[in-house]
Design a protein around this ligand. Structure first.
Ligand code: BES
Ligand code: MN
Ligand code: ZN
Length: 516
């Protein structure tokens, strides 16, 4: 069951038209500087102040509104309002902070989503069935990312796993929200940009919803084959080419590292290749590689029991590749993008890989598997060798790779590792604009020493110091033939605790990067 709230673009409306719309809630964002001079309000704010008999200026004078981002005030209509031409049942004023600023730095970006989500929460809490959100000071780039983010945050707050998958509880508890429609309007003459921003925001949100669903689904449902079927369905819906390889074909490719991870499992592994051909045939593609461990027990190096259920999220890299493909398919992106997903379970069994086993990866390099719980790098290294055949413009892998990355960066930034400054800058910028940020981590060859093995070309673990860096260094040994970046999303892909659930990250980051 889809959540039924829709987002529409109302277009360029004059302030008169905005006021005369009969709507459950009219939302107006204002810059904090208006508070310095409540007696001299301008634009839409001035018209609204007149229509409310000065209620806005009074609230400002009384300190009911202040200049911090997200400060808001909800007013209910009176008969007098409608006589003066204001037809909204409610009026919600939201302060954007000192000024409307684009997300140039992480800090202003955070302010940005703060006032948007605070406004959204306030609208959703009212019984209003529809809302009209007016962007008054709408200017090209910042307005665009504001509108895109608004759509994203609205869909975010309305995402309910239980409403989308009602069969997991015998008595469904999650009701669909009262708010059925949000319209965006701007006072700017040309609303083309706004329309584009909304379309992008919706595509990103739809991609994130898919990524979240796949992450949240239980591991007995969301198996490697389920991911394969999801890729096939996406291909049908959006015109992608898709190939799903099984164990025999993976063996034929000599993916010895990937096979070592899957060998303890009964559930068959899959290797998914999904292609969006939006550019010219000769254009080098951007390749996204996603870690798809549908459950990580650790294998023979078994994980402790507490919180192990969360290892169903170990396929969130794969899910973010599928979510990103969905978004660019919906947007008909004019670039070539290929998604590649090695997917299997990491299980202990009599057939499982033992610590100490030596395997040969597809690249020919041998690996001593000292810890079967460092399995992500093993499935990724073969996928990273496989993608050489595409002669890619760039390869970005996305993986819930290390607990060490959670310790380093927590749930705020994803870890970014790359030797290529241009690619790294592109990802850092896309992260700031989409509020799906990354933090650049080192990749110096000095860390490579930690991967030395007495018996093979390398070990699959490098000890506890700099654990997320040595994991990235392991992957770097397989990516020398092309431009590459690695995103460690172990801390950002899902939330634990009472709000346990997938976040849909880093779909906004990846789509923003691909759109740039
Ligand atoms: N999937 C885990 C990483 C992980 C752990 C992500 C906790 C999110 C939360 C990965 O496969 C793993 O087990 N990594 C080990 C590597 C170690 C054995 C070198 C880790 O981080 O402990
Ligand atoms: Mn593991
Ligand atoms: Zn794992």
């Amino acid at each position: 069951m889809e959540c039924s709230t829709k987002v529409f673009v109302e277009g360029a409306l004059g302030s008169k038209a905005q006021m005369s719309q009969p709507v459950g809630c009219l939302v107006v964002a204002f810059a904090g500087r208006h508070l310095k001079n409540p007696k001299k309000l301008t634009g839409l704010l001035a018209s609204l102040n007149t229509a409310t008999h000065g209620a806005i200026a009074k609230a400002m004078e009384h300190g009911d509104l202040d200049s911090h981002a997200g400060s808001h005030l909800l007013l209910n209509s009176t008969d007098a309002w409608s006589k003066l031409g204001l037809k909204a049942e409610r009026l919600l004023l939201v302060c954007t902070g000192e000024d409307l600023k684009p997300a140039k730095s992480t800090k202003t970006g955070q302010e940005f989503s703060k006032w948007l989500s605070s406004g959204l929460k306030a609208v959703i809490a009212t019984p209003a069935k529809d809302a009209l959100w007016v962007f008054e000071e709408f200017s090209a780039k910042d307005g665009l990312s504001q509108a895109r983010l608004l759509v994203q945050l609205a869909k975010e707050q309305l995402y309910k796993f239980g409403a989308r998958h009602p069969s997991f509880k015998t008595k469904p508890v999650e009701k669909s929200p009262k708010l059925k429609k949000i319209s965006l309007a701007s006072t700017a003459k040309n609303n083309k940009d706004l329309q584009k921003a909304v379309a992008e925001g919706l595509a990103i949100s739809n991609g994130m919803d898919l990524t979240k669903d796949l992450g949240n689904l239980p591991p007995n449902i969301c198996t490697p084959s389920y991911l394969g079927q999801t890729a096939k369905k996406l291909a049908k819906d959006f015109g992608f080419k898709v190939e799903v390889l099984g164990r025999k074909e993976i063996e034929a490719l000599k993916m010895g590292a990937f096979l070592a991870v899957t060998q303890g499992a009964v559930t068959p592994p899959q290797f998914i290749v999904i292609r969006h051909q939006g550019g010219a045939a000769k254009d080098a593609p951007i390749v996204l590689v996603g870690k798809g461990i549908t459950f990580d027990t650790g294998g023979i190096s078994l994980k402790p029991g507490e919180g192990m259920d969360e290892m169903k999220y170990d396929m969130c890299g794969a899910a973010s590749v599928l979510g990103t493909m969905r978004a660019i398919g919906e947007l008909k992106l004019k670039k070539n993008v290929i998604g590649v997903i090695p997917t299997c379970e990491n299980m202990p069994s009599a057939h499982a890989t033992r610590p100490g086993d030596i395997v040969t990866s597809m690249s020919g390099q041998t690996i001593e598997i000292l810890n079967t719980d460092a399995e992500g790098r093993l499935i990724l290294c073969d996928a990273l060798t496989y993608v050489e055949r595409f002669k890619p413009a760039a390869v970005i892998d996305i993986a819930t790779l290390t607990g060490a990355c959670v310790i380093a960066l927590g749930g705020v930034h994803s870890g970014l590792f790359s030797d290529d400054d241009e690619l790294a800058e592109g990802l850092l910028t896309a992260g700031k604009y989409s509020q799906d940020t990354v933090w650049r981590m080192p990749l110096d060859t000095a860390y490579q020493d930690q991967l030395k093995s007495n018996f093979a070309d390398m070990a699959n673990i490098g000890g506890r110091p700099a654990g997320s860096v040595t994991a990235a260094c392991f992957l770097a040994r397989y990516t020398e033939k092309y431009t590459w970046a690695h995103l460690d999303i172990a801390g950002t892909a899902w939330k634990s605790g009472a709000a346990k659930g997938a976040t849909g990250r880093p779909v906004p980051l990846l789509v923003n990067y691909l759109l740039a």
